[in-house]
Design a protein around this ligand. Structure first.
Ligand code: BGC
Length: 765
């Protein structure tokens, strides 16, 4: 390709390179050198070029070929050549990103590189468990290692930036995007958020394998009314500040490079046009120095919300509110320049947006080598490696949650004579890859059936029957799912093999495209005839191990009644079958804990453990004798499986809780004894919750403030300590001030949110 380096860009590149050579490794110096480079570049930019940096296109053409010469694509290619585009998404592969980068770097006046973003949500080629599954590990290393490997794969394929992690608190199983989240709890989500950010970004964004992360969707998206995607969010400042924002703050504190705002209306002001959260809180209070990208078309959607009169108005509102980059709504592209020329927006706001965008590009090292990530050799070498798959298998094992294990049916001995593996999901090599699967190869996961066979020698007969039929036809990321009209023709074979086998392993749950964006459901029970088949199988064989595959909490009380053993595997990624088999045969003793409450019925949703008491809580010994308590007449208040719940093949006992308010004001030491009382080595997660007995703003009946995972040998005991301080006991008031109030607090410790021993203490701060 012909190179068109203008004289300015040559001078600039020389200047910048020499500057970068002078900068020392010291972080502060490096930062100030980057700031200086950003300023000198900004000073050279025309208004058009500045607006260009705020424009993000999706790839609409085959970028491994030449840039198109006509149609809308030709226009877009020309815009890139003219320096009117700052970033792109969905450009795939080292070759594709190189060709797009060449358009910008070799043709535009200043040669400013594009930034390439993509939804690398739980893997690029090697799929890890869906984020909700990773959160079920309650293990920050699972999240960090998974995102580090995803970053290596994505960076080796030319990408600079992932639109992850999603840190929206989600407590409504109807919301399909709960699968992308860490579930219902702000503390657990904050821990995972930090680990995900660290994994993607590493210590230094300029490293070859670091990519910029993006905390999304700012803010409130998990609270869409009735769990319906894109719906309105109307929540109190209390919920916004104390439940929704903390994980975003954690991501910001962890140095996340970018934020993405959200589609939803937030208390009357759409998130994309919301200056309070973006300017006052994020860029103000929190001192966030990266940039904010809009969600797909969300600046344009300010019109649909009834917030902007027209696109020109939307441009002004979004820029004033702090949305720095416009993903695909073409509003900044067509309206920002005019708004500035007409004095409707202060150019300083645009300068601030551009400065932030350029800064991230500098931090990524794109000005030193814009093609640094476009390396086909690394792309061949680093994707889907044996090591990556092994890490995925380990993450999947750690994400599995044992929900029931009557008569110790699990772990299963490998000496078992015959196993019937049943269920369409058990045979699927695609479902475990999950939704938001980036560049995963279709049908590339190890199915449950394969995993079981891999684990056993020839001595065991392993038979498979799909049994039920869940989904009909092709399903993709974009299309509405067609649930099958199951005529039950597969039942006979499934029942036949179940009858003659020693043990049945039956997979039920959801297709992977039942959850994810646009996949809300009004009903979160099992679809199709899965339950009916399970009931029939139970009549011929009582040794049933149910393996759940799903992207949301399910309402499955009948499954709990029928099956003696239940394993929650989520959509576990590339190595799903092998990992689940590791757990079934006891190679791995399950340690996962639920990051979301599972209801008995959909109508309990949104269900979360950290609810308020109400003035009419059900008295402990008077359940349902009288009606005037806060309860349902046709369902329990509690969860079927509560937040934090998960069994092990061994058992643990908590004892001697000690809570000591130290001399140091406001510091509380909590310690508890833990004993492995079972026969196997195992890992337990000790969870600490608090309740503020009386506060000026009513507080939840319990709230997770810390946890630790401990591995103990059979019979081994240990004492585990936690130190809590004022940051654990306070809350934000409606003015977004963090306050801590003296008084009585109940401190609760245990292994899930409904199994806690407690002590009440008086604390002075
Ligand atoms: C989603 C974002 C995603 C973006 C780009 C939007 O529809 O809400 O989470 O990052 O598309 O694919």
């Amino acid at each position: 390709m012909k190179k068109h380096f203008s004289i300015y860009s040559i001078i600039l590149i020389l200047f910048m390179t020499s500057f970068s050579c002078q900068s020392s490794g010291d972080q502060e110096k490096k930062e100030s050198s980057i700031d200086a480079r950003v300023d000198s570049l900004l000073a050279l930019m025309t208004l058009e070029e500045k607006v260009g940096q705020t424009v993000m296109y999706t790839s609409t053409w085959e970028l491994t070929g030449p840039a198109p010469a006509n149609g809308n694509n030709a226009y877009r290619a020309q815009q890139i050549r003219n320096g009117r585009v700052g970033g792109m998404l969905n450009v795939i592969g080292a070759k594709g990103t190189r060709s797009a980068q060449q358009l910008a770097v070799e043709n535009s006046r200043l040669g400013i590189p594009l930034i390439f973003g993509y939804d690398v949500i739980h893997g690029y080629k090697t799929m890890f468990p869906i984020p909700l599954g990773q959160a079920a590990s309650w293990n920050a290393e699972v999240a960090r290692i998974g995102s580090e490997i995803s970053a290596i794969e994505a960076a080796s394929s030319g990408l600079h930036w992932t639109f992850a992690p999603m840190v929206d608190i989600c407590r409504d199983g109807r919301f399909g995007r709960i699968m992308e989240s860490a579930g219902e709890d702000p503390f657990l989500t904050s821990v995972m958020a930090k680990a995900w950010v660290n994994g993607y970004q590493g210590d230094d964004l300029s490293d070859q394998y670091s990519i910029a992360a993006c905390a999304k969707h700012f803010a409130g998206y998990g609270f869409v009314e009735a769990g319906r995607d894109y719906n309105t969010v109307d929540i109190s400042p209390n919920t916004l500040y104390n439940t929704v924002l903390p994980p975003f703050k954690a991501a910001s504190d962890a140095g996340v490079a970018t934020f993405m705002n959200a589609f939803n209306d937030l208390n009357g002001v759409p998130a994309t046009g919301n200056a309070h959260i973006q300017r006052d809180i994020l860029k103000g209070e929190w001192g966030f120095e990266g940039f904010v990208v809009s969600d797909w078309g969300s600046i344009g959607e300010l019109l649909n919300h009834g917030f902007a009169e027209d696109s020109a108005h939307a441009a002004q509102l979004a820029m004033r509110a702090g949305s720095d980059m416009d993903m695909e709504s073409e509003v900044y592209e067509y309206h920002l320049q005019k708004a500035i020329e007409e004095g409707k927006i202060n150019e300083k706001l645009l300068d601030d947006a551009v400065r932030r965008i350029l800064k991230v590009k500098f931090q990524l090292g794109l000005f030193d080598d814009p093609y640094k990530y476009c390396n086909e050799v690394l792309e061949k070498k680093n994707l889907l490696t044996v090591e990556n798959l092994e890490a995925s298998r380990d993450a999947a094992r750690k994400s599995t949650v044992l929900l029931k294990n009557e008569k110790n049916l699990l772990p299963l001995s490998k000496d078992v004579n015959s196993i019937a593996v049943i269920g369409e999901l058990a045979g699927s090599k695609d479902v475990p890859l999950g939704n938001w699967r980036a560049q995963a190869n279709k049908n590339s996961a190890v199915s449950l059936y394969e995993g079981i066979k891999n684990a056993l020698g020839d001595r065991t007969s392993v038979e498979f029957a799909a049994g039920y039929q869940l989904i009909e036809g092709n399903r993709t990321f974009f299309d509405t799912l067609n649930f099958a009209e199951d005529d039950g023709s597969g039942f006979k074979e499934a029942i036949r093999i179940a009858k003659r086998s020693e043990v049945v392993i039956m997979a039920i749950g959801e297709d992977c495209f039942q959850s994810g964006e646009g996949r809300s459901q009004a009903d979160i029970t099992l679809k199709g005839r899965q339950l009916e088949l399970l009931e029939k199988i139970a009549q011929v064989n009582s040794n049933i191990i149910v393996v759940l595959m799903n992207g949301r909490p399910l309402a499955i009380p009948e499954v709990h009644q029928i099956a003696p053993a239940i394993l929650e595997s989520w959509h576990a990624g590339s190595e799903a079958g092998n990992a689940i088999a590791d757990v079934i045969f006891g190679e791995y003793n399950p340690s996962g804990k639920l990051p979301v409450s599972f209801p008995y019925v959909t109508g309990q949703e949104p269900l979360h453990y950290d609810r308020k008491s109400t003035g009419r809580m059900v008295p402990e010994n008077d359940q349902y004798d009288m009606v005037f308590w806060s309860h349902y007449e046709d369902a329990p208040n509690e969860a079927l499986y509560p937040f934090g719940f998960g069994l092990s093949y061994t058992s643990f006992e908590f004892n001697n809780l000690e809570v000591i308010a130290s001399e140091n004001p406001g510091k509380i030491t909590v310690s508890v004894g833990l004993k492995n009382t079972g026969d196997l080595e195992g890992t337990e997660t000790i969870q600490v919750y608090i309740r503020d007995i009386a506060a000026s703003i009513t507080q939840p009946i319990k709230k997770l403030v810390d946890f630790k995972q401990i591995r103990l040998l059979s019979g081994q005991e240990d004492r585990i300590s936690f130190t809590l301080d004022s940051s654990d006991f306070g809350f934000y008031n409606p003015q977004y001030q963090y306050i801590v109030e003296d008084g009585k607090f109940e401190i609760m410790v245990g292994n899930h949110s409904n199994n806690l021993i407690s002590q009440t203490v008086e604390v002075k701060f």
